[in-house]
Design a binder for this molecule. Structure first.
Ligand code: BGC
Length: 741
């Protein structure tokens, strides 16, 4: 075993992890004279109201598609009688921009004109891949897809547009980014995250949060972000949503904490808690995670909101509390500042009672209210809680659509292209078939217009499905369409096969219908038999088959991989996805995405890319895989020095050349391998990436900088350490040795 050095690492992504400010220091930093003054004036009931969040349904009469109507009596009951400080959600489906402005105005009218202390409400919403609960918003690729672009600038731009469109409607708080890890492909929330790697997720988290919040959240185009679902939500042993995860502390800190540490470093205003449990402890009751780690070590100083009904779930589902009342006490004392109750005033009533009976100290209530009011103040809500009447011009602009199209184009990942089947010539006769060929919902997934994203009737008619986009691009006459099969049941596969015989090439669009959270649970990762059968039969005609995968997780398709000529991973590419896919298939766009997760070959082999040396990594397509219509060569991998000290940096450079005939974009990835260490090393870990574009014949020199901290890991004592020794620095097929002294 090598000698261990404990180091204090104060740079880069891990800085927040290491910054470990003390509890006392945090409390002092938090006090704000305005907020302190307000807290002094508040009654217990007013304080507990601030900690209470209800859903829009509680204060509305009804929701027709696109328009919600508030119930003035219920609105007053919530805000005047119960002093409710926060409201969330959309009432069922996306509402119009104008309706949102009316709703928010009516809510703030009551809060700031009819209450004693005039504290504004903080309205929160899930703007997950754009402002998905506002009709007509710009809806981007989902997180796992935009991560595949390898283009951090696009993530920032999409985030800034999402913030602008959300705030334009009057909503100042977004329950995103989702910083869970896509490490169990069965899990139905796989697509909501940035992939399986903690480094990519940390980079994307930081970029997203900075662009959501800017330097000043009070301006009319920024919102408070909410990183979620802290901590360890994404790795349920069974793959089923909201079921137990077993994650040892070393793995928690190595894999699951870093994106949240990056979020804290970016200054994220709020955190939402993991609905479920880790190691037998529901996270809503986990003081160590919520307070010591998040606030103490990571330096987070915003407020913590529960997930949906999850304080109650400590009693109802998790059975660690013997009553609703006890559940409230446990969660509040563990560090939850606001309860997403969301349907009633039970939390309020119990908490008032708990404080009155001395079971929850007023100091804890003050601390929670302080955290909440501080964010309201940072958002400028005390100065102006109302929607900006002139903000319509910021909503769904043509510039935003342009960014969205680029994001969709850049995420698309070419997995296989035998004999250069792609790009297709535009004069070919094409059959388009399969269950995802002619739906907009399958391009978007959950959190689109509705929670499940499945109300196809509410999707914007002007957007194109894959079929429509192909028809537009090459002319309707060139394109035949036969559905072939539904997701899990044959419709007219025989007719599709017949049509394939008449075509030059087949575009088979397969994948998943939309889902979100628990309704998306599956028992089998293999794609439905009906779809695999469709592909097999199409391929048997001898015509080239191009597979387009539209899916929220990598469903096993091994039986048809050899039969398909080309395979394109389109993920959930968003509203411009159809257009983007068509432009890639026919060569107007050269694909440049790379998988931010492992695409498994077998249901029984879910090994990830950063596996140990004892494991065999044999995926269908590995992490970081993605082809292009051109080719790239790598040469001259150079380190500025061969050794690095306890707190050093080393510059790495590599030449990348476009060796093909067309312009292309390439994600350049740098991996590290620790050859020997006291905790078994991963085979490799991504440490840097960047995206460049190259003309044919052009060479660019890419520069990276590594620091000692990149060589660190969570040691046997569960603290971050480095150990002297040799590391492989790897870019594409090149390798150099770096020695840590
Ligand atoms: C989800 C959260 C979401 C919340 C509010 C919950 O069911 O887990 O991700 O933010 O609902 O819609």
């Amino acid at each position: 075993m090598k000698k261990t050095l404990k180091i204090l690492m104060m740079t880069g992504i891990l800085m927040a992890l290491a910054s470990g400010c003390s509890q006392a220091a945090r409390k002092q930093a938090k006090s704000d004279p305005f907020v302190e003054d307000l807290i002094k004036k508040m009654t217990l009931e007013e304080k507990v109201g601030q900690m209470t969040q209800i859903t829009l349904e509680v204060i509305s009469k009804r929701q027709d598609d696109r328009v919600v109507k508030l119930d003035p009596a219920k609105l007053r009951e919530a805000i005047v009688k119960y002093h409710v400080g926060s409201i969330l959600n959309c009432g069922g489906s996306a509402n119009t921009f104008e309706n949102w402005q009316e709703v928010i105005t009516a809510i703030q009218d009551v809060a700031t004109k009819e209450t004693r202390l005039k504290v504004p409400v903080i309205y929160g919403i899930d703007s997950i891949h754009g402002a998905n609960y506002i009709v007509g918003a710009t809806l981007f690729p989902q997180n796992f897809a935009i991560s595949a672009t390898g283009n951090v600038d696009l993530v920032s731009q999409a985030s800034a547009i999402t913030a602008m469109e959300t705030r334009a409607a009057g909503i100042p708080w977004n329950f995103n980014p989702v910083l869970d890890m896509s490490r169990n492909p069965l899990w139905p929330r796989f697509w909501e995250n940035y992939g399986e790697d903690p480094y990519i997720s940390s980079v994307m988290a930081y970029a997203y949060i900075r662009a959501q919040q800017g330097d000043d959240m009070a301006v009319p185009d920024k919102v408070a972000a909410c990183m979620k679902h802290y901590l360890g939500y994404s790795f349920p042993l069974t793959g089923k949503d909201r079921t137990p995860a077993w994650i040892p502390e070393r793995m928690l800190r190595e894999i699951f904490v870093p994106p949240f540490a990056a979020g804290a470093r970016a200054g994220v205003a709020t955190v939402m808690v993991n609905s479920s449990e880790i190691n037998g402890i529901p996270v809503h009751s986990y003081k160590y995670a919520l307070d010591d780690l998040l606030r103490g070590e990571l330096g987070f100083d915003g407020f913590i909101v529960s997930d949906w009904a999850d304080i109650d779930n400590l009693f109802n589902r998790e059975k660690i509390a013997s009553s609703q009342r006890e559940a409230v006490k446990i969660a509040v004392m563990a560090g939850v500042d606001m309860s997403m109750v969301p349907y009633d005033y039970s939390f309020y009533n119990h908490l008032v009672d708990l404080v009155n009976k001395g079971e929850v100290p007023m100091s804890r209530i003050d601390q929670a209210v302080r955290n909440i009011l501080k964010v309201k103040k940072q958002l400028g809500l005390f100065t102006n809680a109302y929607p900006d009447k002139t903000a319509r011009k910021n909503f769904a602009t043509s510039e935003a659509t342009k960014v969205n199209l680029q994001a969709a184009q850049e995420c698309i990942t070419l997995l296989k292209n035998a004999n250069h089947v792609l790009p297709l010539a535009k004069d070919k006769k094409v059959l388009v078939t399969g269950p995802t060929a002619n739906l907009l919902s399958v391009l978007n997934g959950g959190w689109t217009i509705t929670w499940q994203g499945d109300r196809e009737d509410l999707y914007p008619a002007e957007k194109d499905t894959v079929l429509e986009a192909v028809q537009k691009l090459i002319g309707k006459d060139q394109v035949a369409y036969v559905e072939g099969t539904a997701f899990d049941k044959d419709i007219n596969t025989a007719a599709a096969v017949e049509a394939a015989r008449q075509a030059d090439v087949v575009i088979a669009c397969i994948g998943e219908k939309t889902y979100c959270e628990t309704p998306g649970n599956i028992n089998d990762l293999t794609l439905d038999e009906a779809q695999l059968n469709l592909v097999a039969q199409l391929a048997a005609t001898g015509k080239p088959v191009v597979l387009v995968l539209l899916e929220g997780r990598p469903r096993i398709i091994r039986p048809v991989v050899d039969q398909a000529g080309a395979i394109v991973m389109a993920y959930l590419p968003g509203m411009e996805g159809g257009t983007a896919i068509a432009s890639v298939l026919f060569g107007d766009i050269n694909p440049s995405g790379k998988l931010p997760f492992t695409y498994p070959k077998y249901t029984g082999d879910l090994t990830l890319y950063d596996c140990k040396n004892s494991e065999k990594y044999d995926p269908q397509w590995g992490f970081g895989h993605g082809l292009s219509y051109t080719t790239f060569g790598y040469a001259n991998l150079k380190l500025s020095q061969k050794t690095i000290g306890k707190a050093g940096t080393v510059a790495v450079s590599v030449d990348v050349v476009n060796t093909g005939k067309i312009v292309g974009k390439e994600i350049v990835q740098l991996y590290l391998r620790d050859r020997v260490r006291s905790v078994t090393p991963p085979q490799r870990q991504l440490k840097r990436f960047t995206k460049i574009d190259l003309k044919p014949g052009e060479t660019k020199t890419v520069q990276f900088e590594l620091t000692t901290e990149d060589l660190s890991f969570i040691g046997r004592e569960n603290t971050r350490i480095v150990e002297p020794g040799d590391f492989d620095v790897m870019v594409a097929n090149l390798k150099e040795t770096l020695t840590l002294k």
